[in-house]
Write a protein that binds this ligand. Structure first.
Ligand code: FMN
Length: 344
């Protein structure tokens, strides 16, 4: 009962107000609401059925729905845990603090598949030292994935060494298209392989590498084999796709939202074949409905993650995805999410 009402209310709020405001105003308003509303006291959003649990490289997620990398504010991350995500990912943290790119750095994109964004956020974040202090205040009511972004393999190592104590899993962002910081890495897979080895020797925490959809050949030929060689635990496919966008301050940015999804689904199928049945695999990009999440798990993902739909579809989506997954298990007489995979 709570869920359909909350969903309808959010739809009204989003289409009636947030989607009509200038983007920067809507972002500020949305984030202020997340900070101020007593979301942590709500109990109707989390699903506790043990059949939803996922083992991601030895870490137990109560369900396979992950908030993708975007927020560094630990208050917002804590609220997301209360909304029923199975894990939350931090913003990609860099060694020094970064102001990000000037506004406009996010614009709406109406694609045939549904609402999305193009952003050139540029890694606005407080930097390693300040973020360490913040992260210490974040309760691990759900597993926390700490994302990092560096310029060199040694920088990634330092970031991982500095933050791993606060992480259940560490995510290496080698794929955001908005700065020269990480995007160019995928074009030189040998550097990625060095980076993966550096990080692997720096931590015993499970490591995720987040791939770019813009480098399919490099991923296939060199980066995925490098992941397997280095003993990386989980692949996350993927990040935004770089496009020209004259409305943004950088005249280019990364597309997010459902326009990404068809390619993500095909890539997940291919990756599952390449990685074998056991390596962890997260599907990211345009997951904005229960049907998309079910399809991603059927294609071979262990978990799904999203950011755009957190804004465009609202706070009920994790619960709605969980309910759809339980319905799919019931319909097939299945005991766990792994059994949803369709061999291909
Ligand atoms: C404003 C904005 C900021 C983002 N910041 C990061 C980031 O710091 N690190 C990262 O790995 N991905 C970042 N992303 C990418 C998302 O985590 C996600 O991979 C991407 O948006 C595709 O998923 P979606 O279609 O569900 O949004 C950002 C996306 C947006 C829209």
């Amino acid at each position: 009962m709570l869920l359909p009402v909350a969903e309808r209310l959010y739809r009204l709020l989003y289409h009636g107000l947030l989607a009509r405001l200038p983007e920067a105003t809507a972002v500020r308003l949305g984030q202020a609401a997340l900070r101020l509303l007593p979301i942590d006291t709500l109990s109707g959003f989390a699903r506790a059925d043990p059949r939803l649990a996922v083992d991601l490289a030895g870490v137990r997620l109560p369900n396979p729905v992950i908030l993708s990398s975007m927020y560094y504010d630990v208050t917002i991350l804590r609220k997301a845990m209360a909304l029923g995500f199975g894990a939350v990912t931090t913003k990609s943290i860099t060694l020094g603090s970064r102001p990000g790119h000037p506004e406009p750095n996010l614009v709406r994109l109406a694609s045939a598949e549904g609402p999305g964004f193009v952003n050139c956020n540029g890694f606005r974040n407080p930097g390693l030292e300040a973020f360490r202090a913040d992260l210490g205040r974040l309760p691990h009511r759900r597993p926390v994935i700490v994302s990092v972004a560096g310029e060199t393999p040694v920088e990634y190592r330092r970031l991982v060494e500095g933050l791993e104590a606060f992480a259940d899993l560490v995510e290496l962002n080698i794929s955001s298209p908005n700065t020269r910081l990480v995007y160019e890495l995928s074009a030189s897979p040998e550097r990625v392989r060095t980076l993966l080895r550096e990080v692997r020797s720096a931590t015993r925490k499970p490591v995720i590498v987040k791939l770019s959809p813009d480098f399919p050949e490099e991923n296939r030929r060199a980066i995925v084999p490098g992941v397997l060689e280095a003993g990386i635990d989980v692949v996350n496919f993927g990040n935004t796709r770089r496009v020209a966008e004259p409305r943004l301050s950088q005249r280019a940015g990364g597309i997010s939202g459902p326009a990404l999804f068809a390619n993500v689904l095909a890539a997940v199928r291919e990756l599952r074949r390449a990685l074998g049945p056991e390596l962890g695999l997260i599907a990211t990009g345009g997951i904005d409905s229960p049907a998309a999440a079910v399809a991603a798990l059927e294609a071979g993902a262990d978990a799904v993650s999203y950011f755009t739909a957190f804004v465009t579809r609202g706070p009920t989506l994790p619960a709605r995805i969980c309910d759809a997954l339980l319905a799919a298990l019931d319909a097939g007489g299945l005991r766990g999410l792994r059994e949803l995979r369709i061999p291909g």
